[in-house]
Design a protein around this ligand. Structure first.
Ligand code: ATP
Ligand code: MG
Length: 558
């Protein structure tokens, strides 16, 4: 979308506009994107990135990249680096980069302050006891027997927790709020837990780690964040977010919650994506079947298409499922403008044109991209032997089959009318060759006698065509709601076994030097890009980014 066009105003943007109008935070807008470096970013994160960076950009504000690294066991530098790369690829640059672990000392000091103010205590209850004492919706909570420890005892125990005197899980530091609060998150939530684990940045300095709620708001506050945008499941954490900053008397960012991006046929839980990678169900985080940004990039999805998708999805307060067809539409919109149309036969069958002189050939000029200005052309050889798609021929065709049949006629794109006279089969009965004739009078795609053909098919010259591996991708989950797993079924059993099909195609000569990442439309077959990992010079491997139409969407409507 060009900048002059007006962007739709969603409820988050309305709140921000009001705050600016009221000079809240001196009219500043400062957001952050706070991923946990425990996996690769996926489509859902793209929505959050576009929103956070978008808010900053639209209002002359700032957006930080903050790694929310408070779970040492699961986090890693590999993820940190991939996140930086993905955010940049999506087209955004952060003003400052921070890690929650940058604040471990400050958070510790603030915890001490809360203890001194009688607002936090060290608790020895086990996980089970904590759960039991917390109560439930209609069930009163009970105070922990450790709730009334003296400030001195709490200070001593907390320091000893930090010094490593206790084992994992032996104690927690808890906020002293209200064991009968309606909001469960306010029933003395844990602030620190003991984990004797090495952290990817702080090493073995710490064996106590702050919980999400204790780390998040304080990190926002330290960075001067004004609007802390997060997903709806944190709505009932907001009172706790507010409580901490109020107790500490520090800058108070406003938490605003929006609905998560959920896409049909697409599973976006990092935990499950990790399982797919670690269990070898896919070839890695950037396997083009994955919904990660690195996979989509490798598959050929332009960053521009993702930004436009996020914009069209919009920001709401209500959970809903977005149709994958919308993403595909956005991808096609971008690629339609930018790609050259190439002729590639995915499942070739040979055609011998018997009335075309042996040893002769001719050059056909073909337009690269009808959407581009100025139009450029390239040359394709046409001769006696060509390949067409096996599916463009039927021996016993029904009436409505408008492609090639025995006795029937079809138009070859950029060439002549072609008529099939006979088929040659191998011993197993499989058709291996079509015997055809062409009409030399139809070079312009029309017959001088006015006779019509209904179908136009693509082809490549047998003399010039090159073999290439082409990977055809489909949805990884056939069920529309990938989180809807029937009782007793392992969600991994729902993986679509046909999500990847590899074929040996015949590509036209012009594609031989295609560079990794280059994108094309293969006419009638979809948009493709040269795989950046497995291609060799002179030996490109192609990934199908998206088909020209959604086959499964059509099937659904039937
Ligand atoms: P997951 O549930 O996939 O593990 P997460 O929320 O734990 O995701 P984080 O790394 O904590 O992953 O997320 C960073 C930011 O991205 C958070 O602000 C989070 O709200 C946002 N985010 C994550 N998933 C989505 C989604 N599906 N739609 C919109 N925003 C999302
Ligand atoms: Mg998270």
């Amino acid at each position: 979308m060009n900048d002059a066009e007006e962007k739709p105003v969603d409820f988050v943007r309305k709140i921000v506009a009001e705050d600016i109008a009221n000079n809240k935070n001196e009219g500043r807008v400062h957001t952050r994107f706070p991923p946990e470096p425990n996996g690769y970013l996926h489509l859902g994160h793209a929505k959050s990135i576009c929103l956070n960076f978008g808010l900053a950009k639209e209002n002359g504000g700032k957006c930080n990249l903050r790694f929310d690294d408070t779970n040492p066991e699961k986090e890693d530098n590999e993820f940190v680096e991939s996140i930086r790369e993905d955010v940049r690829w999506l087209g955004f640059e952060w003003d400052h980069e921070f890690f929650a672990s940058d604040y471990f000392d400050q958070l510790y000091d603030w915890a001490v302050q809360l203890i001194k103010n009688g607002k936090a205590y060290v608790c020895d209850q086990t996980v089970e006891e904590v759960r039991e004492y917390r109560g439930g919706w209609n069930k009163e909570g009970k105070n922990s027997p450790f709730r009334d420890r003296s400030v001195e005892e709490n200070l001593d125990l907390f320091e000893r927790m930090k010094n490593g005197e206790f084992g994992d899980g032996a104690k927690t530091l808890r906020a002293k709020i209200d064991m009968n609060a309606d909001n469960m998150n306010l029933r003395d939530p844990a602030m620190y837990r003991i984990r004797h684990a090495s952290h990817h940045r702080t090493g073995d300095k710490w064996c106590i780690y702050p919980n999400y709620d204790w780390a998040h708001g304080q990190s926002d506050s330290l960075e001067g964040v004004t609007h802390s945008v997060c997903t709806l499941e944190f709505e009932n954490h907001r009172p706790l977010y507010d409580w901490y900053v109020e107790q500490l008397g520090i800058h108070h960012p406003q938490q605003i919650e929006f609905a998560k991006l959920v896409i049909s046929h697409t599973m976006m839980s990092k935990r499950k994506l990790t399982e797919l990678v670690q269990g070898g169900y896919v070839e890695g985080w950037d396997d083009p079947r994955m919904p990660t940004l690195s996979a989509l990039r490798r598959r050929g999805v332009p960053a521009e298409a993702l930004r436009s998708f996020c914009e069209r999805v919009g920001i709401t307060k209500f959970n809903s499922m977005t149709d994958l067809a919308l993403l595909n539409l956005c991808i096609r919109d971008v690629l339609n403008k930018s790609t050259d149309r190439m002729m590639v036969v995915l499942d070739p069958i040979k055609v011998v044109i018997e009335n075309y002189a042996e040893g002769e050939s001719e050059i056909r000029n073909v337009v690269n991209n009808p959407e581009a200005e100025p139009k450029t052309t390239r040359e394709m050889k046409f001769g006696r032997e060509i390949y067409i798609e096996r599916s463009d021929f039927m021996e016993d065709a029904p009436k409505k089959f408008f492609r090639l049949t025995v006795g029937g006629e079809v138009r070859l794109r950029f060439a002549y009318f072609l008529k099939c006279n006979d088929v040659i089969k191998d011993d197993s009965g499989q058709i291996v060759e079509l015997r055809c004739t062409y009409d030399p009078e139809t070079a312009g795609g029309k017959a001088p006698d006015g006779r019509k053909v209904k179908g136009t098919i693509h082809w490549v010259s047998a003399e010039e065509a090159i073999d290439a591996e082409v990977r055809l991708y489909d949805v990884l989950f056939e069920n529309e709601d990938s989180s809807d797993v029937p009782e007793g079924v392992d969600w991994k059993d729902l993986i679509n076994p046909n999500a990847l099909q590899t074929v040996q195609a015949k590509i036209e000569k012009a594609l031989i030097d295609a560079k990794p990442g280059e994108q094309f439309q293969f006419v009638r077959n979809g948009y493709f890009c040269v795989d950046s990992k497995d291609s060799q010079p002179g030996k490109p491997v192609f990934n199908r980014t998206v088909t020209l139409k959604d086959a499964w969407a059509k099937a659904k409507k039937k």
